[in-house]
Design a protein around this ligand. Structure first.
Ligand SMILES: *[C@@H]1O[C@H](CO)[C@@H](O)[C@H](O)[C@H]1NC(C)=O
Ligand SMILES: *[C@@H]1O[C@H](CO)[C@@H](O)[C@H](O)[C@H]1NC(C)=O
Ligand SMILES: *[C@@H]1O[C@H](CO)[C@@H](O)[C@H](O)[C@H]1NC(C)=O
Ligand SMILES: *[C@@H]1O[C@H](CO)[C@@H](O)[C@H](O)[C@H]1NC(C)=O
Ligand SMILES: *[C@@H]1O[C@H](CO)[C@@H](O)[C@H](O)[C@H]1NC(C)=O
Ligand SMILES: *[C@@H]1O[C@H](CO)[C@@H](O)[C@H](O)[C@H]1NC(C)=O
Ligand SMILES: *[C@@H]1O[C@H](CO)[C@@H](O)[C@H](O)[C@H]1NC(C)=O
Length: 616
């Protein structure tokens, strides 16, 4: 062998070359290939390019106001919040100023007590999550969940520990329902938001760090991204990227804006917790826009004049309008009533006279709200006969259907036709109905356009995800001098508007519709040993004839309702949906109540309850 090798040694230059070429050519080619691949990669590599779209189902769920009650008993009286099965007729002395009489009548069944003050039975809560797990675990891309995970405490006082424990229990139920069965890890992003009953005492929360936010941050650590933990511990809000490089969900701490929160200063001064939160939200939206991302905004208490401090309401509204082209929806809970309303540019214009009076004036409704969960509920005295009531008094009496209907219709009627509107002049706010059976338990499954348009996808983002998530110091963000606000009156806004934005046109990420599911508790209670069914109550596509859920489509729907008028088919449907199928139960109880109470002295009726919630 060695001889042969020697023999093969090159003897001349040419043979040396030829030999070397044969030996090194594959190597050279390899090097060339490596170089060209590297060069190609370098050439095409863009650190800011969007990550590829993961497989999407094109659906998400909104669930809210679960209010589980471990003290709930079957056959308990509504009067005792379903805690006691004693005589129904005994006046237990318990009254709330807010809830109408019909809600304190009757007894609860195994699955719940529809249209009463009772919280959710544990059986119903457990079953709901079972149903979610069986039917939706791998069929949705994310879940939004807008608070109130503990029971009320009208009679049995609640402790701080109990509120946190109920929150732990509900959080665990989300993890169980939306986890990979193999790994036990959450497989669908779930985005919680703080409710006014997720703290003790209820409604009251100041800026963090504090015990409430620290405890919730721990309980919600599977849901809050690690990079957002400190943001949450400080303010109770956070952002979560639910579709990489495409979609974020901003979870707000609406308690900071809520009139009933005595520990909140509002949003008048730069340093108020509410102002800081809204500045943070605006900055997140601005950064998301530079990355061509879209957003959902979620929270517990919806932005309304009646419930938000005026400075907060206006600032919120202005940001909502400014980012109208990239906010795909504003989804809230708290009010239990399924409905939608608009925030218009006119409603959020700054007027100094408003701002000076706002903080001192807590209106009647919010005073009531703040005692809602107070176990020392005050008694209210019946006043004079309802038939003699003036128009102003009327709202405290039952059966003011017409007045309520007028009010909401008035709001819808005030909406101008689309062709007369600048896109940044109107936005729509949604209230999702609840699991707590204030009416029948319900939730929504949304579907959206999951087809990414390649022309749009070519746009690259300019911030990396990490930059996007870095802590924002609100003090460094200049307070937007609301340049858009004044321009919305008459003049066109100066910031760009993309006519192809998914909040106005059906394109990638546009919400296309929702299906509202509900449980008919009357029926369910007739079969105590059978799991009830979650049935479709209605769909936006078939019931309302909506092609998609763009702002434009909601404006069209409102105008259609208004045009049909009070006796119109559509309006009847909308009203029925507001009470999630319980209209008949409520009417029947009213009739009984009327007989029994000889006029329902001083009590509110269902429509007054609704009306006190609605103010535009
Ligand atoms: C519910 O309680 C009442 C009063 O104690 C009783 O008369 C009635 O039979 C009970 N109903 C059921 C279904 O247990
Ligand atoms: C509901 O689930 C919880 C655990 O999450 C359990 O402790 C409780 O016993 C269940 N209640 C009912 C009525 O099934
Ligand atoms: C409950 O109401 C009583 C009487 O109105 C009041 O003194 C008390 O401070 C309230 N408690 C809470 C926690 O709001
Ligand atoms: C309610 O009525 C009682 C007895 O008629 C009276 O003493 C009390 O002052 C009244 N309370 C209010 C708030 O009007
Ligand atoms: C209305 O008030 C008048 C005078 O105050 C009284 O005579 C009349 O009976 C009242 N009507 C009803 C229905 O109470
Ligand atoms: C989704 O949007 C694209 C335009 O980007 C459109 O062509 C397509 O029809 C939409 N899909 C649905 C299901 O509406
Ligand atoms: C609920 O079920 C009851 C009893 O089966 C039925 O009478 C009622 O019409 C149902 N209501 C709705 C809204 O489905």
């Amino acid at each position: 062998m060695p001889t042969e090798r020697t023999h093969l040694l090159p003897k001349t230059r040419s043979s040396f070359l030829s030999h070397n070429v044969t030996r090194t050519l594959p190597f050279a080619l390899l090097v060339l290939v490596i170089y060209s691949v590297a060069f190609y990669l370098l050439w095409t590599y863009d650190p800011y390019a969007k990550r590829p779209l993961p497989p999407l189902t094109g659906r998400f769920i909104h669930i809210t106001d679960i209010h589980p009650d471990p003290y709930y008993i079957t056959n308990g009286t509504a009067k005792s919040s379903c805690h006691n099965a004693g005589e129904e007729n005994i006046d237990d002395g318990f009254r709330t100023t807010k809830k109408p009489k019909y809600m304190r009548m009757g007894r609860g069944g195994v699955w719940g007590a529809p249209a009463t003050v009772c919280d959710s039975s544990m059986k119903m809560v457990n079953y709901t999550f079972e149903w979610l797990k069986e039917n939706w675990r791998d069929k949705v891309d994310f879940v939004i969940w807008t608070g109130d995970n503990s029971r009320h405490d009208k009679d049995i006082p609640r402790s701080k520990e109990e509120v946190f424990n109920l929150n732990r229990m509900v959080a665990q139920k989300f993890i169980d329902a939306f986890s990979d069965p193999e790994t036990g890890q959450l497989s669908v992003p779930v985005i919680p938001s703080i409710g006014n009953n997720d703290m003790h005492p209820s409604n009251r929360i100041g800026p963090g760090p504090n015990e409430i936010l620290d405890t919730l941050a721990d309980i919600w650590s599977p849901f809050i991204p690690p990079t957002q933990q400190h943001v949450f511990r400080r303010g109770g809000y956070f952002v979560k990227e639910v579709i990489p490089d495409r979609l974020i969900v901003i979870s707000l701490n609406t308690l900071a804006f809520y009139k009933a929160n005595k520990a909140s200063d509002g949003c008048s001064n730069t340093n108020d917790a509410g102002s800081r939160q809204l500045r943070w939200m605006e900055e997140i939206l601005r950064r998301a826009r530079t990355r061509d991302m879209k957003a959902y905004i979620i929270g517990h208490v919806a932005p309304r004049r009646k419930q938000y401090m005026s400075s907060c309401f206006k600032k919120y509204g202005r940001i909502a309008l400014k980012f109208h082209d990239m906010i795909l929806g504003h989804h809230f809970g708290h009010s239990n009533l399924d409905h939608f309303f608009f925030i218009s540019a006119k409603a959020v214009v700054d007027s100094p006279s408003d701002d000076t009076t706002e903080l001192g004036v807590a209106d009647e409704d919010d005073k009531v709200d703040s005692v809602e969960n107070n176990n020392s509920d005050s008694h209210i005295n019946g006043t004079s006969n309802p038939l003699n009531a003036t128009r102003d008094d009327k709202r405290v009496y039952a059966y003011a259907y017409e007045e309520y209907a007028e009010k909401l219709l008035e709001h819808y009627r005030s909406v101008p036709p689309l062709q007369m509107l600048n896109p940044e002049e109107y936005t729509v706010i949604h209230i999702n109905p609840s699991i707590i059976p204030t009416f029948f338990p319900s939730l929504r499954v949304f579907h959206y356009n999951k087809t990414e348009n390649w022309m749009n996808a070519a746009e690259i983002s300019r911030d990396t995800a990490d930059e996007f998530y870095t802590e924002l110091d609100e003090d460094d963000i200049s307070d937007d001098k609301d340049d858009d606000m004044h321009s919305t009156r008459g003049k066109r806004s100066k910031h760009r508007h993309d006519p192809k934005s998914p909040s106005h046109t059906n394109t990638f990420l546009t919400a296309l519709g929702y299906t509202q599911y509900f449980v008919n508790l009357t029926k369910a209670n007739e079969y105590p040993n059978t799991k009830p069914s979650w049935d479709v109550e209605y769909t936006t596509q078939e019931t309302y004839g909506m092609r998609d859920l763009t702002i434009d489509s909601w404006i069209k729907l409102a105008r259609k309702i208004a045009k049909d008028g009070m006796s119109g088919f559509l309006w009847k449907k909308v009203q029925g949906h507001m009470l999630v199928g319980t209209t008949e139960i409520i009417k029947e109880r009213e009739r009984m109540g009327l007989q029994r109470l000889n006029g329902g002295k001083g009590d509110k009726g269902p429509m007054d309850y609704i009306m006190s919630e609605l103010e535009f």
